[in-house]
Design a protein around this ligand. Structure first.
Ligand SMILES: CC(C)(COP(=O)(O)OP(=O)(O)OC[C@H]1O[C@@H](n2cnc3c(N)ncnc32)[C@H](O)[C@@H]1OP(=O)(O)O)[C@@H](O)C(=O)NCCC(=O)NCCS
Length: 166
């Protein structure tokens, strides 16, 4: 069972590991994503995200995949493309630890980290605000509300973290 406070300092707890995601990990990532989003990424999105440093899997001390982190870097800007944890591991500081790990490994030339988030996703917005992201815009009707064809659409907030003077 999850411990109530596995991490609250921004560091991964002892024995936990964030490692490069490989093709063999995509099934595990898909299982996490299915429980994380109303309109989950499909397999091809994970396949396209595999890169030496741009897609990482969070594994617990038993080697079980419990989360992932996906981003890309273009010149001096980085974009957080996806982040998710299994439901039972949310609220224990692991999301903050994943973002802290990302910030530590971004190339020094990166001056800003951007992301889009559903306007209704208060947990994710809370996490991003807690690590210093600011809302810089919004995109009307950016997301499908779900994978149902008639589900309608939802706005995205665009958030950015300035790394230049951090
Ligand atoms: C978003 C997500 C990664 C956050 O990870 P987490 O491990 O639960 O977050 P943490 O425990 O590290 O919380 C860090 C901070 O985020 C904020 N936060 C976390 N959960 C929150 C919630 N439910 N409501 C509001 N703020 C919340 C708090 O400020 C918290 O700091 P605190 O514990 O000192 O109050 C996780 O909820 C998740 O996997 N959600 C499903 C996938 C998803 O929505 N991904 C985002 C796509 S844009």
């Amino acid at each position: 069972m999850p411990s109530p406070a596995v991490a609250n300092s921004g560091a991964l707890p002892t024995g936990w590991q964030l490692r490069a995601m490989a093709a063999a990990d995509i099934d595990a990532a898909l299982a996490i994503e299915q429980q994380a989003s109303p309109d989950p990424w499909r397999r091809y999105a994970f396949e396209q995200s595999l890169a030496p440093d741009g897609a990482q899997l969070l594994v617990d001390p038993h080697g079980v995949a419990v989360g992932f982190l996906i981003w890309r870097v273009v010149a001096d800007q980085a974009e957080l493309l996806n982040i998710a944890l299994l439901p039972e591991w949310r609220g224990h500081g692991l999301g903050r630890a994943l973002l802290t790990a990302l910030l530590e490994q971004l190339p020094a030339a990166v001056s800003s980290l951007f992301l889009e988030v559903r306007a209704s996703n208060l947990a994710a917005i809370g996490l991003y605000a807690a690590v210093g992201f600011n809302q810089i815009g919004e995109r009307r009707d950016y997301y499908r509300r779900s994978c149902e064809p008639l589900a309608g659409r939802e706005d995205a907030l665009v958030m950015a973290l300035d790394l230049e003077f951090g």
